[in-house]
Ligand binder design. Sequence first.
Ligand code: BJW
Ligand code: ZN
Length: 348
Amino acid sequence: MAQQSTLDPTALSTFQSHLAASSRIIIIIGAGLSAASGLPTFRSTNGLWCDHDVFLVASPAGWRRDPGLVWQFYADRRRAALRAQPNAAHHALATLAKQKPGFVALSQNIDGLLQRAGLPPGAQFKELHGDLFRLVCERRCGYSEINTEEELREVLKEGGERRRRVLGAGETEKPRVSALLFEGIREKHRRILGEERFVEGGLTGVDAAPLRVVGMEVRKPEVVPELRSGIEREELPRCKGEGCEGLLRPGVVWFGEALDEGLVKEVEGYWKEKVDLCVVVGTSGTVWPTAGFHEEARKAGARVAWVNTTREDCKAREGDWVFVGDAGVVMPEILGFGVDGLERDVGV
Ligand code: BJW
Ligand code: ZN
């Protein structure tokens, strides 16, 4: 039996007419795009991974304290991404990229699923927060490699077992807002203000707020386990740069780290030409600089469409389209492939 659309037919039809007439189309992507492939979004984890605060694990301070734990987190995600398949939304976007030469995708995701859906060679696709399968030197000596092995090291496969052995009863109790978090914030402030203006000390819980996703309801244990994986530095993948003794780390961008400078300049260039349509899909829109891109697109003349399961995450203005639902269902439909997945004319 044919599936029924749940979208407003007028909105769908006006969106599709605009899509057909659009040449420069910018798609802004977040974790919700890959939800239908079974990959959890940051929010859906409730802010926790194995009872650790994900924002601490995915941070420069977390890396300095316990690179083994950070590696375990990313090893889990590498395994999950390798086992996942691109969903109908990835396929619909890859097809749109083939049909519209002015297609640009700006993705916060690091999972590689959109590329695996078959983006055409030369498609404008930017991974703003890096790539789960690129390994870079922690010392930024210039060495990097693409590595898609499922298990990077035996020690990373052991995952939780080893952690549980290390974290004996009574050893896990640490204050909720940890010194580790403050360490990261201190470094960020130091970098933003510069050595001369930076004043040591005086950080409070309020300082932690910008690191969190605004409005995120985080189920937090009263205490968080100390970051201890029990993995020694010597057991982790090493940089192969000549004479370099650094570790390899995931080539991703953590809070407080700068996005690739060249990439940022390229993205700034996108708003200098007319943009016809901007589609914001599956992002809470809370992480900068991406959270500001829809405004830039608007200033460049774009009409904006939102696709999200949560209406409140769509920062829609009058005249925008809002399509509430699973991206895996909504994207193929609005892009003209129908609820039944059949390709239709999208005005190439
Ligand atoms: C569905 C669905 C389904 C669910 N279908 N939808 C300006 C103002 C204030 C603060 C700052 C600022 N500028 C910088 C900052 C600090 C900070 C920041 O933004 N803080 C905020 C929290 C306030 N930003 C940074 O530190 C950035 N660096 C930076 O800006 O440096 C300055 C600089 C810039 C340029 C040049 C030079 C210097 C770096 C940010 C890096 C973020 N890193 C992470 C980890 C990446 C690696 C990894 O993945 O492990 O990126 S954090 C995490 O958040 C990850 C994600 O990519 C990112 C965004 O999350 P996303 O995708 O939105 O996911 P969720 O889970 O939040 O939301 C899911 C959404 O999907 C929800 O809306 C659901 O409803 C929806 N959904 N299922 C459709 N089936
Ligand atoms: Zn190195």
